[in-house]
Design a protein around this ligand. Structure first.
Ligand code: WT7
Length: 653
């Protein structure tokens, strides 16, 4: 966790009550209602979640709302049959909302596509039949490596429709990362594109996939989508027999494809995320609980109304995109804006122009983006009107109060509530957040638990404490169901504290006198860079692949824009302790190749030694102290205290 954040949130005392105008029309608009409903959701979870689930359509009702008999492998809505695609698309496409815009898409070059719910219904069915024609059926794993184009959402929904398990891989990952994920999930098909625009450059996704799947025997086909269905697109080399153009196959399939009746506990998707070992974990989410959780959180936290235009700036490649671009808002029948490109392409005014142009009412973004805009200067914001906005959201990392205030004043013009939403890939949906019509907000706090969430701050023994480890004391519908292929790791990672009684998210937090939660950051070896998780062990194992590297230690340090950045201390083989810029760039290239460009460290420090205990354990705490210029804590356990001085000098050089 970053000291800067702790410092700034400790001093924060400003409180912003929900604007009266907003509260007047909000779904939930009094603290008493929130408290009563929260109480009920804990006292009578079966009644509460059963009623919520009834707002969705089920092919067959569930027998039991929650089955805890195999804790921590919980089952929600056992016996129930449903399909999330039916609730997100079909039920809107058949009634009065058929002609309402479901997806308003804009490409980085400024091209636009709008799909109504009826259009989306048609496109998803077509896509589903293309998948079926390639032999994909219920339970098969499908990897997606696509730019932010409508087909990414369409393909995700098509998988859900036929019961295939989607595994979306963010298009910034390298070929090696694609390979690891495709192999781990034994994906049968990889869906990719001929290209996508990012900061004026074309992402060559197909060639990355070609390299990645060369070593993946499970892959039968690579399905290639044209970014622009109306042109010839970008050239791609196609492998005879394996590779299939989507637009060609789509012409040959039937336009009708019914939804598969899924069991509530059938697997919906895998999404890989970093943990504290070198190997990313395939987080498992199932259909029923995830549907209910994303539906309700989107409805209440974003206060979705029929006329809203909702824009979440995340990529569908991350959990935020799964839950709050695709499934949550679409299950609520919302109009969702989807943007392909970078926030500063062609200039830093792009987001604000998009808000004005598409008349966005709800805007959900990340603190790292907000800090980048602050740095780019207010003039870009001042050119825009932004009067359509009524609600702002933040996600991905703790938002520092300075960024919160800027967001509140410059974007929200003091008139829009801000929902700072805390959650994780593993939680499926939001767990801590203000309700925008109810909760007085404090800059930097995710405030209070959502319905059904029993959150607490505990010490190692499980006693409540004002500052300690965040714990969730009972299951919620969207909770992960496991780590793909590794039930032991699932138990060890999330159920390792408090004798396995409570879920441990890996975050440290404190609670103030009003019961508000202030999440300060990870307490494990996971670093949050621009809202993306990177395991320090993952990077360390990349470095030691280099023949000149003997050992390395990677830590997270505060970073002005990214929240946290990575610093690598690298111990070389032999007598060389100075390294070189060539070696530095070789190591950077290795990180780009193994993980992706976004994981490159801010600094690589070559050293003759690392601070270790006498038993040989690297003392990362001391490395963090060096990097943040803190006075060093206890160094008496160090095998060789002189190491510290030389590292300090190297760090500041
Ligand atoms: C980790 C989860 C949830 C979608 C994006 C990231 C941190 C996330 C907040 C917030 C403080 C936050 C936590 C969490 N985090 N949102 N509002 N306040 N911290 O998903 O990659 O699974 O990362 O991001 O440390 O554990 P993720």
């Amino acid at each position: 966790m970053t000291m800067e954040n702790i410092e700034s949130v400790l001093q924060e005392s400003r409180v912003f009550p929900p604007p009266a105008d907003f509260a007047k029309t909000a779904h939930i608009n009094s603290m008493d209602d929130y408290r009563a409903l929260h109480r009920r959701s804990l006292d009578d979870p079966f009644g509460f979640w059963g009623e919520v689930a009834s707002e969705l359509e089920w092919f067959k009702p569930w027998r039991e709302v929650l089955d805890e008999s195999e804790k921590p492998f919980f089952k929600w809505f056992s016996g129930g049959k449903l399909n999330i695609c039916h609730n997100a698309v079909d039920r809107h496409a058949r009634g009065s909302m058929a002609n309402k815009a479901a997806i308003v898409w804009e490409g980085e070059p400024g091209d636009e596509r709008v799909l109504t719910y009826r259009d989306l219904h048609r496109e998803v069915q077509r896509f589903a039949n293309v998948l079926k024609s390639l032999g994909v059926g219920k339970g098969d794993s499908v990897a997606l490596y696509l730019p932010m184009i409508p087909e990414l959402a369409i393909a995700v929904l098509a998988c859900a429709r036929i019961g295939a398990v989607h595994s979306v891989i963010f298009a910034g990952f390298s070929a090696d990362s694609v390979r690891d994920r495709v192999q781990d999930a034994s994906s049968k098909i990889v869906i990719t594109g001929d290209g996508g625009w990012r900061r004026g450059k074309v992402l060559e996704l197909k060639s990355i996939v070609d390299e990645g799947v060369a070593d993946c025997p499970s892959v039968e086909h690579v399905l290639v989508v044209r970014r622009d269905p109306f042109t010839e697109g970008f050239p791609c080399s196609m492998q005879e027999g394996r590779d299939v153009w989507y637009h060609e196959r789509a012409k040959t399939v039937s336009p009708h494809c019914p939804c598969e009746e899924m069991d509530a506990e059938d697997l919906l998707f895998l999404l890989y995320t970093s943990g504290s070992t070198g190997k990313p974990k395939g987080i498992m989410h199932t259909v029923g609980g995830y549907s209910v959780h994303t539906y309700l959180t989107a409805k209440y936290i974003f206060d979705l109304r029929p006329k809203d235009v909702y824009w979440c700036t995340a990529d569908v490649g991350w959990i935020t995109g799964h839950s709050y671009i695709v499934y949550g808002p679409l299950q609520n029948g919302a109009t969702v804006v989807m943007y392909e490109g970078a926030p500063n392409a062609p200039d830093p005014g792009r987001f604000w122009e998009l808000i004005d142009k598409h008349r966005v009412t709800i805007f959900y973004t990340a603190p790292t983006a907000i800090r980048a805009f602050m740095k780019w200067g207010d003039e870009w914001v001042e050119k825009a009107d932004l009067s359509t906005l009524r609600l702002l959201g933040s996600v991905g990392e703790p938002i520092n109060p300075e960024a919160w205030m800027w967001y509140h004043e410059k974007i929200g013009k003091g008139r829009c509530p801000i929902v700072d939403t805390w959650w994780q890939t593993e939680t499926g949906g939001i767990l801590l957040s203000p309700l925008p019509g109810v909760t007085p907000t404090k800059p930097g706090s995710a405030t209070l638990p959502f319905f059904g969430v029993d959150a607490a701050i505990l010490d190692a023994e499980g006693n409540e404490t004002p500052s300690g480890l965040l714990a969730i004391r009972r299951p919620w519908p969207g909770i992960l169901r496991g780590i793909w292929g590794d039930p032991e790791r699932f138990k060890q990672t999330y159920w390792c504290n408090w004798e396995g009684r409570y879920y441990f998210p890996g975050d440290g937090a404190r609670r103030d006198d009003d019961g508000y939660f202030w999440v300060v950051g990870r307490v494990d070896d996971v670093v949050n860079v621009s809202g993306h998780r990177i395991g320090t062990a993952e990077l360390e194992s990349v470095f030691v692949e280099h023949p000149q590297v003997a050992e390395s230690a990677v830590i997270g340090v505060p970073h002005e824009i990214k929240g946290q950045g990575l610093v690598a201390f690298v111990l070389l083989r032999g007598t060389d302790s100075t390294g070189s810029d060539t070696l530095r760039s070789e190591l950077n290239d290795l990180v780009s190749k193994r993980i992706g460009k976004f994981a490159k460290p801010e600094k690589i420090i070559f050293s003759a030694d690392l601070p270790k205990t006498r038993s040989g354990k690297i003392m990362r705490r001391l490395l963090r102290d060096i990097a943040t210029g803190q006075s060093l804590g206890n160094v008496t356990t160090l095998a060789d205290p002189s190491v510290i001085e030389s590292l300090k000098t190297k760090y500041t050089d």
